[in-house]
Write a protein that binds this ligand. Structure first.
Ligand code: SF4
Length: 368
C-alpha cells in the first residue's frame, strides 16, 4: 500500500464518506476500486466496527486503514432506558464534545432521532439545548455514526420470537439537538449516506428533517432531488409570540410558509407542523384559530406535543384536558391534529437534558 497521498490529511471518518469518495481515496493509495465496495459492505451490511473484522480485505490494507482511518469515533459516555423502551445515548467525540441520540422502538418501527449540532444556535426559550448556545457543527460522519450506532444496538437486541422479523432501523428523524438547516452541507451529505443502498439504506420517505424554518435552505433542500419529510417547528402562529419563543425565528412566518409551499410543490411531500404546547403561553383558543389558518393554507397535519418541563425554565406542561381542548379547537376548524406522546419522558427526554446532566452548561453563548 502506498503512503497516504496527503500526509497532512487528518484521519478519515469512513461513516462520513460517500462511496465514490472512498473509492477515489483508495485508488489514490494504489488500491483496486472494488475495495471500497468491500469496505462499505463490512461497515453497513455487516456492521463491522473494526478493520480487523474485514476478512476478505488484505492484511496490509487492513493495517493501513487502521493507521489512516476510523470507522466510528464516538465513546459511549452515558446511556439510559425509559420504561417505554426508549433508549438514549450520550456520545462523546474525540474533541470532548457530546451529543445525544435516541432509539425509539415502536413495534416493527425503529426510529433513530439524531442530533445535527453540538448545542444549538436557535435558543428556543423553552429548550434545554438552547440554554448553552452552539458549540460546533457535527460532521456528516458524526451524524451518520449516530444512526449507525442505533442500528447496531437494534441488531444486538435480538430477533422476534418467531425469528421472522429481525429488528432493523426503519426511520431516521433529524429532530435531536441542533438546527439541521444551519449545518446544511453536512446534513445533506449525511442524508445521502443514510439513504444510499450501499449505506444505511433508509428510504428518503422514512427520513424526517425538522427545522425552525430557514426559507433559503428549505428551498435549496426542495431542489436536492430528495423526497424527505419536512417538519416545521412552528410553536407559535403569530410573529410576535414566535420571536419571543424562538429568538432566531426573526423571519416572518409568511416567508417560512412560502418556502414550505415551494417544498411541497417541488417534492410532493407534505410538510408537517410541530407545535409544543406551553401551558398558558400558546394554548388559548385564539392561538388554535391562528394555527388552524396556517395549517389550512399549507393543507398540512399538526403534531401537538405537550411540553416536558426543563428545570430552571419558566414553562409548564399543560394538562391532558387542556391539550385535548386545543386539539378539538383545531379539528373543529377542519384541521388534522394529533397529540404525540413524549417518548422516554422518564429519562430526561426533553432534548438536551441528558447532555446537560453530564456536561454542566458553559456560559450562555447566545443565539448565533
Ligand atoms: S428546540 Fe430544537 S431548535 Fe429550539 S433550541 Fe432546542 S434544539 Fe434548538
Amino acid at each position: 500500500m502506498k503512503t497516504n497521498p496527503n500526509e497532512a490529511e487528518p484521519r478519515r471518518h469512513l461513516l462520513g464518506e460517500e462511496l465514490s469518495a472512498l473509492r477515489d481515496w483508495l485508488v489514490a493509495g494504489g488500491q483496486a476500486p472494488y475495495r471500497a465496495d468491500q469496505i462499505s459492505a463490512w461497515i453497513y451490511a455487516k456492521n463491522a466496527d473494526a478493520f480487523s473484522q474485514m476478512t476478505n480485505v488484505s492484511k496490509s490494507l487492513r493495517l493501513w486503514l487502521a493507521e489512516h482511518a476510523d470507522i466510528a469515533r464516538a465513546r459511549l459516555a452515558a446511556e439510559s432506558t425509559a420504561r417505554d423502551g426508549t433508549r438514549k445515548l450520550l456520545l462523546t467525540w474525540p474533541d470532548g464534545q457530546s451529543v445525544e441520540t435516541v432509539w425509539i422502538p415502536d413495534g416493527e418501527r425503529n426510529t433513530a432521532c439524531v442530533s445535527t449540532q453540538v448545542g444549538c444556535p436557535v435558543g428556543c426559550r423553552f429548550c434545554a439545548s438552547g440554554l448553552s448556545g452552539l458549540q460546533r457543527n457535527l460532521t456528516a460522519g458524526e451524524i451518520v455514526e449516530q444512526a449507525w450506532r442505533i442500528r447496531r444496538l437494534i441488531g444486538s437486541a435480538g430477533v422476534d420470537a418467531d425469528g421472522s422479523h429481525p429488528p432493523r432501523l426503519t426511520n431516521v428523524v433529524l429532530m435531536g439537538i441542533g438546527e439541521p438547516l444551519a449545518n446544511y452541507d453536512a446534513v445533506v451529505k449525511a442524508i445521502r449516506i443514510m439513504n444510499a443502498s450501499w449505506g444505511l439504506g433508509i428510504g428518503a420517505r422514512k427520513i424526517t428533517l425538522s427545522t425552525v424554518g430557514l426559507p433559503v435552505q428549505i428551498r435549496r433542500l426542495a431542489d436536492e432531488g430528495l423526497q424527505l419529510n419536512l417538519a416545521l417547528s412552528l410553536h407559535a402562529a403569530d410573529d410576535e409570540l414566535r420571536r419571543e419563543l424562538i429568538p432566531w425565528g426573526r423571519v416572518p412566518i409568511a416567508e417560512v410558509l412560502a418556502a414550505c409551499v415551494y417544498y411541497f410543490e417541488r417534492t410532493g411531500r407534505e410538510v408537517t407542523l410541530e407545535y409544543v404546547l406551553l401551558d398558558g403561553v400558546n394554548t388559548e383558543q385564539r392561538h388554535a384559530a391562528q394555527l388552524a389558518r396556517i395549517a389550512r393554507r399549507l393543507r398540512c397535519n399538526i403534531n401537538l406535543l405537550r411540553y416536558n418541563p426543563v428545570p430552571g425554565l419558566p414553562y409548564g406542561r399543560p394538562s391532558a384536558t387542556a391539550a385535548y381542548a386545543f386539539q378539538r379547537e383545531l379539528r373543529a376548524r377542519g384541521v388534522n391534529a394529533h397529540i404525540r406522546t413524549s417518548r422516554g419522558s422518564d429519562v430526561e427526554a426533553a432534548c438536551g437534558q441528558l447532555r446537560r446532566r453530564e456536561t454542566p452548561p458553559r456560559q450562555k453563548a447566545g443565539p448565533a
